[in-house]
Design a protein around this ligand. Sequence first.
Ligand SMILES: Cc1cc2nc3c(=O)[nH]c(=O)nc-3n(C[C@H](O)[C@H](O)[C@H](O)COP(=O)(O)O)c2cc1C
Length: 430
Amino acid sequence: MADTPPLNVSTWKEAVEFAPGVHWIGALDPTLRTFDIILKTANGTTYNSYLVRGSEGVAIIDTVKEGFEDEFFHRLESVARYDEIKVIVLNHLEPDHSGALPELMRRAPQARLYISTRATSMLKALLRPNREEPFEYTTVTTNDRVSLGDRHLRFLHTPFLHWPDTQCTYLEEEQVLFSGDVFGCHYCDVRLFNDRVGDFRFSFDYYYAHIMRPFKQWVMEALALIEPLKMKIVAPTHGPILRERPRRYVAHYRELSTSTLSREIGDTNKSLIIFYMSSYGNTARMAEAIYSGADTVEGVRVSLYDLEGGEVAPFVDLIEDADALLFGSPTINGDAVKPVWDLLSSLAVVNLKGKIGAAFGSYGWSGEAVRMVEDRMRGLKMRVPREGLRVKLIPTQEELDECTGLGREIANILVGKEVQRGVIEFSDLT
Ligand SMILES: Cc1cc2nc3c(=O)[nH]c(=O)nc-3n(C[C@H](O)[C@H](O)[C@H](O)COP(=O)(O)O)c2cc1C
């Protein structure tokens, strides 16, 4: 590759060799500004595809998005013939990696496709228009190997990163990990390698936060397979190829996947957070009473936040580490209030399954908000062990005492002092 890459990427069609017999043959998409609806892409993205040459054949690992086939096939043809292709691996079947697969299979019909077991049904659904010519494929799992003669590909089963079908592929002889979307990011730079491209740290972390973060537990399981590998290069499906200190990125994933609260303060306490909104102070009074009740329970760290004084994003981070969440909203025009919904609708990036939830709020006559918030919490697979508290207008001392009791009860459930009531929870059923 030239030292100074061309700025006009549309004219640049080189395959790039980055280990002996290992080429990048992907495509660049520098003008893309939004990916998958939820991700911003300030300078576009790349669809990385790789070619590995062995003494007894060639392997292609992942393809590119539909519409980028020309670039991909041009690069491929510059380093291999189609009749040499023996193996095609799809680490993840999302359309941005499988778009060129039907055409590749047509051009290399002798090639064998290797996918994870969970990818089988997706393969059929994604390639529906091509059903008249179904592909032969082999499903593989951790430590299955494919030989290219003097080169061997080994598979690692790494599901849910970020689709159920995800796997990684390790080229043993060159110690290259083809990681799929793990360790990737949406960052387009013709200089391709982490030691040469611009500063892409924001993009790496942003990608993790929006794509991998809901699957932290699966990340940890994948890291247990990945960390013991000897690793010269990590080659993801988006963004820079990590050839300088690749282990730093692996270690960073472990950091990002470890609870920040317990990491920062070594806290073994359970975390209970109360969020509320209040116009005349009634729901606020309930919140304070709940707080005082929860705070009497040893082993529970209680936090109280008025949503009027906060932004959504930092609260989402707190929620991720919390064990119990209580939301307080008055009923306004038959609904819970917008800041509460804003927070509740921003939680798709964190895993809430099994966290304890409860709702409360003051109302004037119909009081729908509490039930609505409870339904949302159940929809997020939280456990809602008891009915929330609704208070008509100004809470009496008796009602405030009930609030104190609610706080104490939820906190006791957290530390195992109080058995959850026999409510059937959505999260139990999934
Ligand atoms: C604009 C407005 C709309 C309201 N709509 C409802 C409603 O639809 N149903 C209801 O039960 N109460 C309604 N209320 C009454 C409030 O829920 C009630 O005043 C409550 O005590 C406010 O609690 P807060 O002091 O925590 O804000 C409404 C109040 C206002 C000001």
